[in-house]
Design a protein around this ligand. Structure first.
Ligand code: PA5
Length: 471
């Protein structure tokens, strides 16, 4: 069996007092196995280009084998492969600019943001260029229509001049459809400013804009009109919220200086484990089985992802979108909620401990930190009475908080489960993202909801456009 760093420890929810018998997963084995087989058959059907039965449309199963395909192509064709081109584009921009604005919303934004927060330096943009190893500062915009937020980013860029690398900036604009209003309007506004800062040098502007979009559509047409020498596709059959391992996530990640090969290797390792491991040792199937059992048997329809690291907040929000858009259909589907602890123990903790018994808490725990542990330390000013803990480090405090919180929940028969990431790095995040995408589609098949597509998102757009054009 391939090794994988990510561990899933469902121990807590097995406790009989939590309401799930020890044989819960064993009893679900057949159903979970059937859902896995269906998901894998979907992937094969999609890859074969065969006819998709009406009840399976849309079938965006292309994300499953994507990490393996990109790695295989990279190993056989190197720089000529898509991944090779992504890495080369990131290197080119690294040499030419000091800032990159990533425009996109929803699935065309959240994965890159999650990677930035989980794997880059927490103050990446504030570091001097040398301390960033010359990787550009990264800004996200177009993920809302917030006037003042965008004006603030434009302020920063207005002070830049295109005459030196320190002053130059670029745009990565991401939209699968190419027609999303938030992204399109942001692109128009940032493009106008880029043209100004390049003195209307059209060739330079074209070099500094990298579109990531479908083969056709308004953004594709715009990219052609601009003459952008480099652009990347979002493959058919990969939906927005499943696109983190396309250029949508990979180009921004490469621009942050992240190891995109390790990221894809993590995802590929999770694929292998998902295919081969039995229930009880299969993070994807176990996670689905436990969450579904608690929802079906105990009406626990709220999925709390409790991340024990600031850097994982955006990964949690990425998962919120994945679960909500995939399974929130036909008046069913669990409600996702991300909390960051210990921060949110001081806000939501009360409700999780004593509120409605409608939630299962899955902890995401980082086992080892990237930096040396910081000790509390001795002080001549001991009015805070911390000298007795002087030799304890912040990881020691965090560990005690995790154990203490779990124990408090268990003493009140509130179920929790743990996902352990060995580190908050590219490999572990690759495993985590693929685990959650696979779990979401497995759960969809298990409960008879098509996890692909998001028909409900269209309603607000229709009304918004009507109001906008009526004015
Ligand atoms: O998951 C999805 O499909 C959505 O969240 C989209 O990513 C989002 O609406 C942005 O769409 P587009 O990439 O077409 O601009």
């Amino acid at each position: 069996m391939p090794t994988t760093g990510l561990r899933y420890d469902p121990q807590g929810v097995y406790l009989p007092e939590h309401g799930l018998a020890e044989n819960t997963l064993t009893e679900m084995c057949d159903r979970l196995g059937a859902a896995r087989a269906e998901v894998l058959a979907d992937a094969e059907l999609w890859a074969s280009g065969g006819d998709v039965p009406a009840e399976k449309i849309p079938l965006d199963a292309g994300f499953i084998e994507l990490p393996n395909r990109l790695l295989d192509e990279y190993r056989s064709s190197g720089d000529a492969s898509e991944l090779g081109q992504i890495i080369a584009t990131a290197q080119r921009l690294r040499e030419h600019v000091d800032r990159v604005v990533c425009l996109g919303i929803g699935g065309s934004y959240m994965g890159a943001r999650a990677l930035f927060e989980a794997c880059a330096h927490p103050h990446h943009n504030e570091l001097a260029r040398a301390r960033r190893d010359s990787w550009p500062r990264i800004y996200f915009s177009g993920n809302n229509v917030d006037n003042d937020a965008m004006a603030g980013t434009l302020d920063l860029l207005r002070d830049c001049s295109a005459t030196s690398v320190d002053g130059r900036w670029a745009i990565v604009v991401i939209s699968k459809s190419g027609g999303t209003l938030e992204t399109a309007s942001a692109f128009r506004i940032f493009l106008a400013q880029l043209r100004e800062s390049c003195g209307s040098d059209d060739a330079q502007v074209a070099e500094l804009v990298v579109p990531i979009t479908g083969d056709s559509g308004r953004l594709s047409d715009l990219a052609t009109a601009l003459g952008c020498p480099q652009r990347f596709p979002i493959p058919d059959g990969v939906g927005g919220r499943f696109s983190i391992f396309t250029a949508v996530g990979l180009l921004p990640a490469a621009l942050m200086g992240l190891d995109v090969v390790a990221l894809l290797e993590g995802a590929a390792a999770m694929n292998a484990r998902f295919r081969q491991a039995a229930v009880g040792d299969n993070p994807v199937l176990d996670y689905v089985g436990i969450c579904q059992s608690l929802e079906a048997q105990r009406d626990m329809a709220i999925r709390v992802l409790s991340v024990w690291s600031n850097g994982l907040e955006a990964a949690g929000l990425w998962y919120d979108q994945l679960l909500a858009e995939s399974l929130g259909k036909q008046e069913v589907g669990p409600t996702p909620l991300t909390v960051v602890n210990t921060r949110d123990l001081h806000s939501r903790g009360q409700q999780h401990q004593e509120g409605r018994r409608d939630r299962v808490i899955t902890n995401v725990i980082v086992d080892s930190y990237g930096r040396d542990p910081i000790a509390i330390g001795e002080s001549s000013l001991d009015q805070d009475k911390l000298n007795e803990l002087a030799d304890k480090t912040l990881p020691d405090v965090m560990q005690a908080a995790i154990q203490g919180t779990n124990q408090a929940y268990h003493e009140d028969n509130r179920p929790t489960a743990d996902i352990h990431l060995p580190r908050s790095d590219e490999r572990a995040l690759g495993e985590f993202f693929q685990m959650m995408m696979l779990a979401t589609v497995v759960e969809g098949r298990l409960i008879g909801i098509n996890p692909y597509g998001q028909p409900g998102v269209e309603a607000y757009k229709k009304h918004m456009n009507t109001f906008l054009r009526e004015k």
